[in-house]
Write a protein that binds this ligand. Sequence first.
Ligand code: UTP
Length: 409
Amino acid sequence: MDERLQEYGQEQLLRFYNELSKDDQKKLLDDIASIDFEKMKRLYDNREIATLEARNITFVPFVDKEDIAKNEKEEFEQLGAELIKKGELAICSMAGGQGTRLGFDGPKGTYILNLEKQKSIFEILVDKLKEAYQIYGTYITWYIMTSKANDMPTKKFFEENSFFGYPKEYIIFFQQGELPLLDLEGKMILEEKNKVYKAADGNGGIFEALCENHILDDMKNKNISYLCIGNVDNILIKQVDALLLGMMKKKNYDLASKSIVKKSPTEKVGVFCKINGQPSVIEYIDLSETQAEERNEEGELLFGEAYFGCCIFSRKLLEKIGEKKLPFHAAKKKNKYLGENGELVVPTEPNTYKFEAFIFDGFKMADDILIMRVKRKEEFAPIKNKEGEDSPDTARKLYMNYYFPNIPV
Ligand code: UTP
Protein backbone atom coordinates (compact mmCIF):
# COMPACT_ATOMS: atom_id res chain seq x y z
CA MET A 1 0.00 0.00 0.00
CA ASP A 2 2.77 2.41 1.04
CA GLU A 3 4.55 1.89 -2.27
CA ARG A 4 1.46 2.59 -4.26
CA LEU A 5 0.84 5.78 -2.33
CA GLN A 6 4.45 6.82 -2.79
CA GLU A 7 4.33 6.14 -6.50
CA TYR A 8 1.42 8.57 -6.83
CA GLY A 9 2.64 11.05 -4.20
CA GLN A 10 -0.35 10.41 -1.92
CA GLU A 11 1.37 9.26 1.31
CA GLN A 12 -0.41 12.00 3.28
CA LEU A 13 -3.47 9.74 3.34
CA LEU A 14 -1.75 7.67 6.02
CA ARG A 15 -0.90 10.72 8.12
CA PHE A 16 -3.02 9.59 11.08
CA TYR A 17 -2.75 5.87 10.48
CA ASN A 18 -0.78 5.10 13.63
CA GLU A 19 -3.33 6.90 15.81
CA LEU A 20 -6.19 4.75 14.54
CA SER A 21 -7.74 1.65 16.08
CA LYS A 22 -7.33 -1.63 14.18
CA ASP A 23 -10.87 -1.31 12.81
CA ASP A 24 -10.32 2.22 11.61
CA GLN A 25 -6.98 1.31 10.07
CA LYS A 26 -8.76 -1.38 8.08
CA LYS A 27 -11.47 1.07 7.04
CA LEU A 28 -8.90 3.52 5.76
CA LEU A 29 -6.92 0.86 3.90
CA ASP A 30 -10.09 -0.49 2.26
CA ASP A 31 -11.04 3.03 1.31
CA ILE A 32 -7.62 3.63 -0.26
CA ALA A 33 -7.66 0.26 -2.00
CA SER A 34 -10.85 1.22 -3.82
CA ILE A 35 -9.19 4.25 -5.47
CA ASP A 36 -8.04 4.12 -9.05
CA PHE A 37 -4.89 6.26 -8.61
CA GLU A 38 -3.94 6.13 -12.26
CA LYS A 39 -7.34 7.46 -13.28
CA MET A 40 -7.15 10.26 -10.69
CA LYS A 41 -3.69 11.22 -11.91
CA ARG A 42 -4.97 11.35 -15.47
CA LEU A 43 -7.94 13.48 -14.45
CA TYR A 44 -5.69 15.90 -12.57
CA ASP A 45 -3.15 16.13 -15.39
CA ASN A 46 -5.88 16.83 -17.92
CA ARG A 47 -7.94 19.12 -15.72
CA GLU A 48 -7.46 22.24 -17.85
CA ILE A 49 -7.85 20.54 -21.20
CA ALA A 50 -11.20 21.19 -22.81
CA THR A 51 -12.96 17.95 -23.53
CA LEU A 52 -14.50 19.44 -26.64
CA GLU A 53 -11.52 19.78 -28.94
CA ALA A 54 -12.39 20.27 -32.59
CA ARG A 55 -15.86 21.65 -32.40
CA ASN A 56 -18.27 22.56 -35.09
CA ILE A 57 -21.09 24.21 -33.22
CA THR A 58 -24.36 24.57 -35.04
CA PHE A 59 -27.90 25.58 -34.24
CA VAL A 60 -30.37 22.90 -33.20
CA PRO A 61 -34.06 23.37 -33.99
CA PHE A 62 -36.67 23.48 -31.26
CA VAL A 63 -40.44 23.61 -30.95
CA ASP A 64 -42.06 26.40 -29.00
CA LYS A 65 -44.85 24.95 -26.86
CA GLU A 66 -46.87 28.07 -27.65
CA ASP A 67 -46.71 27.45 -31.40
CA ILE A 68 -47.94 23.86 -31.46
CA ALA A 69 -51.25 23.76 -33.34
CA LYS A 70 -54.28 22.98 -31.17
CA ASN A 71 -55.19 19.72 -32.89
CA GLU A 72 -51.62 18.48 -32.80
CA LYS A 73 -51.30 19.43 -29.17
CA GLU A 74 -54.40 17.45 -28.31
CA GLU A 75 -53.12 14.46 -30.23
CA PHE A 76 -49.73 14.51 -28.46
CA GLU A 77 -51.31 15.03 -25.08
CA GLN A 78 -53.65 12.14 -25.58
CA LEU A 79 -50.85 9.86 -26.69
CA GLY A 80 -48.70 10.94 -23.74
CA ALA A 81 -51.61 10.41 -21.35
CA GLU A 82 -52.11 6.87 -22.66
CA LEU A 83 -48.44 6.08 -22.04
CA ILE A 84 -48.62 7.48 -18.53
CA LYS A 85 -51.79 5.52 -17.77
CA LYS A 86 -50.10 2.35 -18.96
CA GLY A 87 -47.22 3.07 -16.57
CA GLU A 88 -44.69 3.58 -19.35
CA LEU A 89 -43.26 6.76 -17.83
CA ALA A 90 -41.18 6.96 -14.66
CA ILE A 91 -39.41 9.98 -13.29
CA CYS A 92 -35.98 10.29 -11.74
CA SER A 93 -34.64 13.04 -9.51
CA MET A 94 -30.93 13.67 -9.50
CA ALA A 95 -30.39 14.31 -5.82
CA GLY A 96 -26.77 13.32 -5.39
CA GLY A 97 -25.27 16.81 -5.64
CA GLN A 98 -23.25 18.31 -2.81
CA GLY A 99 -25.10 21.62 -2.93
CA THR A 100 -21.93 23.46 -1.95
CA ARG A 101 -23.25 26.86 -3.06
CA LEU A 102 -26.38 26.53 -0.94
CA GLY A 103 -24.23 25.59 2.03
CA PHE A 104 -27.07 23.62 3.63
CA ASP A 105 -26.11 20.83 5.96
CA GLY A 106 -28.14 17.99 4.50
CA PRO A 107 -29.41 16.63 1.19
CA LYS A 108 -30.81 19.48 -0.91
CA GLY A 109 -34.16 17.71 -1.28
CA THR A 110 -34.69 17.97 2.48
CA TYR A 111 -34.39 21.77 2.40
CA ILE A 112 -37.56 23.30 3.82
CA LEU A 113 -39.22 26.32 2.25
CA ASN A 114 -41.86 28.59 3.60
CA LEU A 115 -44.58 28.24 0.93
CA GLU A 116 -48.35 27.94 1.35
CA LYS A 117 -47.11 25.82 4.24
CA GLN A 118 -43.64 24.65 5.28
CA LYS A 119 -42.59 22.13 2.66
CA SER A 120 -39.39 20.38 1.76
CA ILE A 121 -38.27 20.15 -1.85
CA PHE A 122 -39.01 16.41 -1.77
CA GLU A 123 -42.56 17.07 -0.60
CA ILE A 124 -43.07 19.53 -3.46
CA LEU A 125 -42.01 16.78 -5.87
CA VAL A 126 -44.34 14.27 -4.25
CA ASP A 127 -47.20 16.74 -4.65
CA LYS A 128 -46.69 16.61 -8.41
CA LEU A 129 -46.84 12.82 -8.40
CA LYS A 130 -50.01 12.85 -6.34
CA GLU A 131 -51.49 15.34 -8.78
CA ALA A 132 -50.54 13.02 -11.66
CA TYR A 133 -52.30 10.17 -9.85
CA GLN A 134 -55.47 12.30 -9.71
CA ILE A 135 -55.26 12.95 -13.44
CA TYR A 136 -54.11 9.59 -14.81
CA GLY A 137 -55.07 7.13 -12.07
CA THR A 138 -51.55 5.70 -12.09
CA TYR A 139 -48.85 5.75 -9.48
CA ILE A 140 -45.73 6.84 -11.30
CA THR A 141 -42.48 5.22 -10.19
CA TRP A 142 -40.04 7.73 -8.76
CA TYR A 143 -36.35 6.85 -8.85
CA ILE A 144 -34.17 9.02 -6.65
CA MET A 145 -30.44 9.16 -7.26
CA THR A 146 -28.49 9.84 -4.09
CA SER A 147 -24.77 9.93 -3.40
CA LYS A 148 -22.88 7.76 -0.93
CA ALA A 149 -22.66 10.84 1.28
CA ASN A 150 -26.36 11.71 1.35
CA ASP A 151 -28.08 8.36 0.80
CA MET A 152 -28.75 7.58 4.47
CA PRO A 153 -30.09 11.00 5.48
CA THR A 154 -32.25 11.08 2.35
CA LYS A 155 -33.86 7.72 3.09
CA LYS A 156 -34.25 8.62 6.74
CA PHE A 157 -36.06 11.81 5.77
CA PHE A 158 -38.55 9.86 3.68
CA GLU A 159 -39.09 7.31 6.47
CA GLU A 160 -39.62 10.06 9.04
CA ASN A 161 -42.16 11.73 6.80
CA SER A 162 -43.96 8.48 5.92
CA PHE A 163 -43.02 8.98 2.26
CA PHE A 164 -45.34 11.99 2.26
CA GLY A 165 -48.30 9.70 1.75
CA TYR A 166 -47.06 8.32 -1.58
CA PRO A 167 -46.99 4.49 -1.77
CA LYS A 168 -43.43 3.69 -0.81
CA GLU A 169 -43.04 0.82 -3.24
CA TYR A 170 -43.09 3.43 -6.01
CA ILE A 171 -40.13 5.32 -4.56
CA ILE A 172 -36.80 3.69 -5.33
CA PHE A 173 -33.43 5.04 -4.23
CA PHE A 174 -30.15 4.26 -5.90
CA GLN A 175 -26.65 5.55 -5.37
CA GLN A 176 -24.31 7.15 -7.84
CA GLY A 177 -20.55 6.63 -7.84
CA GLU A 178 -17.93 8.86 -6.28
CA LEU A 179 -14.37 10.01 -6.85
CA PRO A 180 -11.74 11.43 -4.49
CA LEU A 181 -11.43 15.20 -4.32
CA LEU A 182 -7.99 16.57 -5.09
CA ASP A 183 -6.49 19.72 -3.65
CA LEU A 184 -5.11 22.27 -6.07
CA GLU A 185 -1.74 20.46 -6.08
CA GLY A 186 -3.37 17.16 -6.95
CA LYS A 187 -3.15 15.66 -3.45
CA MET A 188 -6.02 13.64 -2.04
CA ILE A 189 -7.39 14.89 1.25
CA LEU A 190 -8.98 13.31 4.30
CA GLU A 191 -12.52 13.92 5.42
CA GLU A 192 -11.85 12.06 8.65
CA LYS A 193 -8.73 10.38 9.98
CA ASN A 194 -9.97 7.06 8.64
CA LYS A 195 -11.71 8.34 5.52
CA VAL A 196 -10.53 9.74 2.19
CA TYR A 197 -12.61 12.69 1.04
CA LYS A 198 -14.66 11.59 -1.94
CA ALA A 199 -17.62 13.22 -3.65
CA ALA A 200 -20.29 12.20 -6.13
CA ASP A 201 -19.03 11.91 -9.70
CA GLY A 202 -21.41 14.46 -11.23
CA ASN A 203 -24.93 14.17 -12.58
CA GLY A 204 -23.53 12.35 -15.63
CA GLY A 205 -22.80 9.53 -13.19
CA ILE A 206 -26.48 8.72 -13.56
CA PHE A 207 -26.03 6.53 -16.63
CA GLU A 208 -23.57 4.18 -15.00
CA ALA A 209 -25.55 4.24 -11.76
CA LEU A 210 -28.78 3.29 -13.56
CA CYS A 211 -27.02 0.23 -14.99
CA GLU A 212 -24.99 -0.81 -11.97
CA ASN A 213 -27.92 -0.54 -9.58
CA HIS A 214 -30.14 -2.51 -11.98
CA ILE A 215 -32.59 0.35 -12.34
CA LEU A 216 -32.75 -0.24 -16.08
CA ASP A 217 -33.64 -3.88 -15.35
CA ASP A 218 -36.28 -2.71 -12.91
CA MET A 219 -37.71 -0.43 -15.60
CA LYS A 220 -37.72 -3.29 -18.07
CA ASN A 221 -39.49 -5.61 -15.65
CA LYS A 222 -42.13 -2.96 -15.03
CA ASN A 223 -42.51 -2.14 -18.71
CA ILE A 224 -41.33 1.42 -18.21
CA SER A 225 -40.10 2.70 -21.57
CA TYR A 226 -39.38 6.35 -20.71
CA LEU A 227 -37.59 8.09 -17.88
CA CYS A 228 -37.91 11.81 -17.26
CA ILE A 229 -34.75 12.86 -15.44
CA GLY A 230 -34.74 16.15 -13.58
CA ASN A 231 -32.71 18.27 -11.20
CA VAL A 232 -33.91 17.96 -7.64
CA ASP A 233 -33.43 21.66 -6.99
CA ASN A 234 -36.03 23.13 -9.34
CA ILE A 235 -39.26 23.52 -7.39
CA LEU A 236 -41.35 24.27 -10.48
CA ILE A 237 -40.12 21.27 -12.44
CA LYS A 238 -42.77 19.44 -14.46
CA GLN A 239 -41.56 15.93 -15.13
CA VAL A 240 -44.92 14.36 -15.83
CA ASP A 241 -45.58 16.09 -19.11
CA ALA A 242 -47.97 14.26 -21.40
CA LEU A 243 -47.43 16.76 -24.21
CA LEU A 244 -43.66 16.31 -24.48
CA LEU A 245 -43.91 12.57 -23.93
CA GLY A 246 -46.60 12.16 -26.58
CA MET A 247 -44.75 14.34 -29.08
CA MET A 248 -41.57 12.37 -28.53
CA LYS A 249 -43.36 9.07 -29.05
CA LYS A 250 -45.24 10.26 -32.12
CA LYS A 251 -42.11 11.67 -33.73
CA ASN A 252 -40.02 8.69 -32.74
CA TYR A 253 -37.35 10.40 -30.64
CA ASP A 254 -35.26 8.66 -27.97
CA LEU A 255 -34.41 11.93 -26.29
CA ALA A 256 -36.53 14.99 -25.55
CA SER A 257 -35.74 17.97 -23.40
CA LYS A 258 -37.28 21.23 -22.34
CA SER A 259 -35.61 24.57 -22.82
CA ILE A 260 -36.18 28.12 -21.66
CA VAL A 261 -35.14 31.29 -23.42
CA LYS A 262 -31.71 32.53 -22.40
CA LYS A 263 -32.28 35.94 -20.82
CA SER A 264 -29.31 37.70 -22.40
CA PRO A 265 -26.15 36.78 -24.32
CA THR A 266 -24.21 36.83 -21.05
CA GLU A 267 -26.53 34.74 -18.89
CA LYS A 268 -24.49 31.91 -17.35
CA VAL A 269 -26.46 28.96 -18.63
CA GLY A 270 -25.69 26.08 -20.97
CA VAL A 271 -27.53 26.17 -24.28
CA PHE A 272 -28.60 23.52 -26.74
CA CYS A 273 -26.67 23.14 -29.96
CA LYS A 274 -25.19 20.47 -32.14
CA ILE A 275 -21.50 19.76 -31.74
CA ASN A 276 -20.05 18.03 -34.77
CA GLY A 277 -23.61 17.15 -35.73
CA GLN A 278 -24.49 15.55 -32.41
CA PRO A 279 -27.11 16.89 -29.99
CA SER A 280 -25.43 18.66 -27.13
CA VAL A 281 -25.41 21.44 -24.58
CA ILE A 282 -22.62 23.93 -24.62
CA GLU A 283 -21.67 25.77 -21.46
CA TYR A 284 -21.63 29.55 -21.52
CA ILE A 285 -17.90 29.52 -20.95
CA ASP A 286 -17.29 27.48 -24.12
CA LEU A 287 -19.37 29.73 -26.38
CA SER A 288 -17.43 32.52 -28.09
CA GLU A 289 -18.66 36.08 -27.68
CA THR A 290 -19.70 36.16 -31.33
CA GLN A 291 -21.65 32.94 -30.99
CA ALA A 292 -23.28 34.14 -27.79
CA GLU A 293 -24.41 37.35 -29.52
CA GLU A 294 -25.49 35.82 -32.84
CA ARG A 295 -29.17 36.31 -33.69
CA ASN A 296 -31.55 34.84 -36.27
CA GLU A 297 -33.85 36.75 -38.63
CA GLU A 298 -36.46 37.16 -35.88
CA GLY A 299 -33.87 38.78 -33.64
CA GLU A 300 -33.67 35.84 -31.24
CA LEU A 301 -30.35 34.47 -30.02
CA LEU A 302 -29.17 31.67 -32.29
CA PHE A 303 -27.87 29.79 -29.27
CA GLY A 304 -30.61 30.90 -26.97
CA GLU A 305 -32.35 27.74 -25.78
CA ALA A 306 -31.13 27.13 -22.26
CA TYR A 307 -30.97 23.64 -20.77
CA PHE A 308 -32.39 23.53 -17.23
CA GLY A 309 -32.29 19.90 -16.24
CA CYS A 310 -35.49 18.24 -17.38
CA CYS A 311 -35.28 15.65 -20.13
CA ILE A 312 -36.91 12.39 -21.16
CA PHE A 313 -34.84 9.41 -22.30
CA SER A 314 -36.13 6.22 -23.82
CA ARG A 315 -34.94 3.16 -21.92
CA LYS A 316 -33.27 2.01 -25.10
CA LEU A 317 -31.10 5.13 -25.19
CA LEU A 318 -30.22 4.84 -21.49
CA GLU A 319 -29.02 1.29 -22.11
CA LYS A 320 -26.84 2.52 -24.94
CA ILE A 321 -25.32 5.40 -22.95
CA GLY A 322 -24.76 3.16 -19.92
CA GLU A 323 -22.29 1.11 -21.90
CA LYS A 324 -20.13 4.15 -22.69
CA LYS A 325 -17.80 6.24 -20.54
CA LEU A 326 -18.49 9.96 -20.34
CA PRO A 327 -15.70 12.53 -20.01
CA PHE A 328 -15.06 14.16 -16.64
CA HIS A 329 -14.93 17.93 -16.14
CA ALA A 330 -12.93 19.50 -13.32
CA ALA A 331 -14.73 22.04 -11.12
CA LYS A 332 -13.05 24.07 -8.37
CA LYS A 333 -15.12 23.89 -5.21
CA LYS A 334 -14.84 24.89 -1.56
CA ASN A 335 -14.61 21.84 0.70
CA LYS A 336 -13.78 21.61 4.40
CA TYR A 337 -11.17 18.99 5.16
CA LEU A 338 -8.87 17.62 7.83
CA GLY A 339 -5.63 19.61 8.05
CA GLU A 340 -2.11 18.41 8.79
CA ASN A 341 -2.68 18.46 12.54
CA GLY A 342 -6.11 16.92 12.42
CA GLU A 343 -7.86 20.28 12.61
CA LEU A 344 -10.89 21.08 10.45
CA VAL A 345 -9.84 23.49 7.70
CA VAL A 346 -12.66 25.72 6.43
CA PRO A 347 -11.56 27.31 3.15
CA THR A 348 -12.60 30.78 2.10
CA GLU A 349 -11.69 30.17 -1.55
CA PRO A 350 -12.25 27.10 -3.76
CA ASN A 351 -9.57 24.67 -2.60
CA THR A 352 -10.40 21.38 -4.31
CA TYR A 353 -10.97 19.90 -7.71
CA LYS A 354 -14.12 17.87 -8.01
CA PHE A 355 -14.38 15.71 -11.11
CA GLU A 356 -17.82 15.49 -12.59
CA ALA A 357 -19.47 13.90 -15.59
CA PHE A 358 -22.35 15.91 -17.03
CA ILE A 359 -25.65 14.39 -17.99
CA PHE A 360 -25.75 16.33 -21.24
CA ASP A 361 -22.58 14.67 -22.47
CA GLY A 362 -24.85 11.64 -22.78
CA PHE A 363 -27.06 13.54 -25.27
CA LYS A 364 -24.40 13.02 -27.93
CA MET A 365 -25.26 9.37 -28.08
CA ALA A 366 -28.78 10.08 -29.31
CA ASP A 367 -29.35 10.35 -33.05
CA ASP A 368 -31.34 13.49 -32.51
CA ILE A 369 -33.07 15.52 -29.84
CA LEU A 370 -36.55 16.98 -29.57
CA ILE A 371 -36.45 20.29 -27.74
CA MET A 372 -39.59 21.98 -26.48
CA ARG A 373 -39.35 25.58 -25.34
CA VAL A 374 -41.44 26.25 -22.24
CA LYS A 375 -42.06 29.38 -20.20
CA ARG A 376 -39.44 30.09 -17.57
CA LYS A 377 -41.95 31.34 -15.00
CA GLU A 378 -44.01 28.16 -15.35
CA GLU A 379 -41.27 25.54 -15.02
CA PHE A 380 -38.10 26.98 -13.58
CA ALA A 381 -37.44 28.00 -9.98
CA PRO A 382 -33.96 26.78 -9.09
CA ILE A 383 -32.31 26.73 -5.68
CA LYS A 384 -28.58 27.03 -6.14
CA ASN A 385 -27.23 29.81 -3.93
CA LYS A 386 -27.70 30.68 -0.30
CA GLU A 387 -28.95 34.15 -1.17
CA GLY A 388 -29.39 36.48 -4.16
CA GLU A 389 -30.01 34.96 -7.58
CA ASP A 390 -31.40 31.42 -7.75
CA SER A 391 -31.75 31.20 -4.01
CA PRO A 392 -34.52 29.83 -1.75
CA ASP A 393 -35.94 33.34 -1.65
CA THR A 394 -36.24 33.78 -5.43
CA ALA A 395 -37.51 30.20 -5.87
CA ARG A 396 -40.15 30.74 -3.20
CA LYS A 397 -41.44 33.86 -4.95
CA LEU A 398 -41.60 32.10 -8.31
CA TYR A 399 -43.45 29.16 -6.76
CA MET A 400 -45.96 31.37 -4.99
CA ASN A 401 -46.53 33.53 -8.09
CA TYR A 402 -47.24 30.42 -10.11
CA TYR A 403 -49.47 28.50 -7.71
CA PHE A 404 -50.94 31.31 -5.58
CA PRO A 405 -50.87 34.46 -7.72
CA ASN A 406 -53.37 36.16 -5.40
CA ILE A 407 -51.24 35.87 -2.29
CA PRO A 408 -48.76 38.77 -2.16
CA VAL A 409 -45.17 37.61 -1.53
P1 UTP B 1 -25.47 21.27 -9.70
O1 UTP B 1 -24.48 21.14 -10.79
O2 UTP B 1 -26.18 22.55 -9.60
O3 UTP B 1 -24.73 20.88 -8.35
O4 UTP B 1 -26.48 20.07 -9.85
P2 UTP B 1 -25.19 20.88 -6.83
O5 UTP B 1 -24.44 19.77 -6.21
O6 UTP B 1 -26.66 20.83 -6.64
O7 UTP B 1 -24.69 22.26 -6.26
P3 UTP B 1 -23.23 22.91 -6.13
O8 UTP B 1 -22.72 23.12 -7.54
O9 UTP B 1 -22.38 21.97 -5.33
O10 UTP B 1 -23.50 24.18 -5.41
C1 UTP B 1 -27.54 20.02 -10.76
C2 UTP B 1 -28.37 18.80 -10.38
O11 UTP B 1 -27.57 17.62 -10.50
C3 UTP B 1 -27.57 16.91 -9.28
C4 UTP B 1 -27.90 17.94 -8.21
O12 UTP B 1 -28.42 17.30 -7.06
C5 UTP B 1 -28.89 18.81 -8.95
O13 UTP B 1 -30.16 18.22 -8.95
N1 UTP B 1 -26.26 16.29 -9.07
C6 UTP B 1 -25.12 17.01 -9.21
C7 UTP B 1 -26.21 14.96 -8.76
O14 UTP B 1 -27.25 14.29 -8.61
N2 UTP B 1 -24.99 14.39 -8.57
C8 UTP B 1 -23.84 15.08 -8.70
O15 UTP B 1 -22.76 14.48 -8.52
C9 UTP B 1 -23.90 16.42 -9.04
